[in-house]
Design a protein around this ligand. Structure first.
Ligand SMILES: Cc1ncc(COP(=O)(O)O)c(C=O)c1O
Length: 366
């Protein structure tokens, strides 16, 4: 990165350069193997992910969105059911609930982690509630123990949206391996990102795994014997081969992200009106995004100043999901999420970001 160039939000190139030979070997292996959809790399990758997370089953699918849809259906969520989730997430979380015919019920978030507030979940439970869908936002795990307790008390399933948190852990348990199932995304910008779309569903439940495998292949366990309506949602060999290489480096990359976050934390200490992200005790944050709050209505002015200084920033998420046109008619209220949406700003961060680049970001904010 030239000292004078615009700093992007995310730069995948240093990692690609670093892993060039390994990636090339993996890609050429797929080309020579002649099998492109499912296959030995997908199978091996599923096993490697299951081992890494400490779960029994991992099922490769087409995207994180599909992992959510297939996960919800495999957990038995049906049209007319209600699923409790957060309004402060990427749209796909709620979209998946609606696309299985269920209704998302939005519960406000904690002001420090931006994750669903477990204290507010009980009052949102009705006789139609069937599941809770917490999102480990930006790589910080949700407060899972109270969520699991509420779910057990009310007979609800828990599907973790782990799209942003590969490698994160809550009290020693890997995110995506804590609830009944976990949904992962391999979108290129994710902590474990492929070179295209991809996703995975993880579970310890053999029946959930069986149904998920069936749903990803047009609702058939045996070829040409379709039992239910499913999807074409298979992970491809090329992505699996690439992701196998990257999985070996995931922990090192997540540590590098944590180091970069720590440099920002120290640099922003004492900045008036800036609230840096929290890492709660017992939680292992993997900083998929580094999003801080700018208080006192100054967020947009600060972003404009950063842009003038050649620093890219963005806002995840400018409109909480319950306020988007598709859900606004529900009239849900989430004042904490609504306030955070006006204060939050995402800074440049990737595993190999150089300290000098971060210093430029901090000076631009200053
Ligand atoms: C929280 C969250 N859920 C779901 C998704 C959907 O994943 P994908 O883009 O792989 O479909 C994403 C990412 O895009 C996400 O950030």
């Amino acid at each position: 990165m030239k000292a004078t160039g615009t700093i992007p939000l995310y730069d995948p190139r240093p990692e690609v350069e670093e892993l060039w030979d390994e990636l090339n070997e993996a890609i050429q292996g797929v080309l020579r193997g002649g099998q492109f959809i499912l296959g030995p790399n997908v199978e091996a990758f599923e096993e490697e992910v299951a081992t890494y997370l400490g779960v029994k089953y991992a099922i490769g699918v087409n995207s994180g969105t599909d992992a959510l849809v297939i996960g919800l259906r495999a957990l038995g969520i049906r049209p007319g059911d209600e699923v409790i989730t957060t309004p402060f997430t990427f749209f796909a979380t709620a979209e998946a609930i609606s696309n299985v015919g269920a209704d998302p019920v939005f519960v406000d978030v904690e002001p420090d982690t931006f994750n669903i507030d477990p204290n507010l979940i009980p009052e949102a439970i009705t006789d139609r509630t069937r599941a809770i869908l917490p999102v480990h936002l930006f790589g910080h795990p949700c407060d899972m123990d109270p969520i699991l307790k509420i779910a057990a008390e009310h007979g609800l399933k828990v599907l973790e949206d782990t799209a942003q948190a590969f490698g994160a852990a809550s009290k020693g348990r890997k995110a995506g391996a804590i609830g009944d199932a976990g949904a992962f995304s391999f979108f290129p910008t994710k902590n474990l990102g492929g070179f295209g779309d991809g996703g995975m569903l993880t579970t310890n439940d053999a029946e959930v795994a069986r149904v998920a495998r069936m749903l990803r292949a047009h609702g058939s366990e045996a070829k040409y014997h379709n039992e239910v309506l499913g999807y074409n949602s298979r992970l491809d060999e090329m992505q699996a081969a690439i992701l196998r290489v990257k999985l070996h480096h995931l922990d090192a990359n997540n540590d590098a992200r944590r180091d970069a976050a720590e440099r920002y934390r120290r640099a922003f200490a004492g900045f008036p009106g800036i609230v840096v992200p929290t890492e709660r005790e017992g939680e292992h944050h993997v900083y998929h995004q580094y999003s801080l709050l700018v208080r006192d209505g100054r967020r947009d002015a600060v972003r404009a100043a950063a842009a003038d200084a050649g620093v890219s920033t963005t806002v995840y998420y400018p409109t909480p999901v319950h306020k988007l046109p598709v859900y606004a008619h529900l009239g849900a209220r989430a004042p904490v999420a609504e306030r955070i949406a006006t204060e939050i700003v995402c800074l440049p961060l990737w595993a190999r970001i150089e300290p000098s680049v971060q210093e430029r970001v901090v000076s631009a904010f200053r």
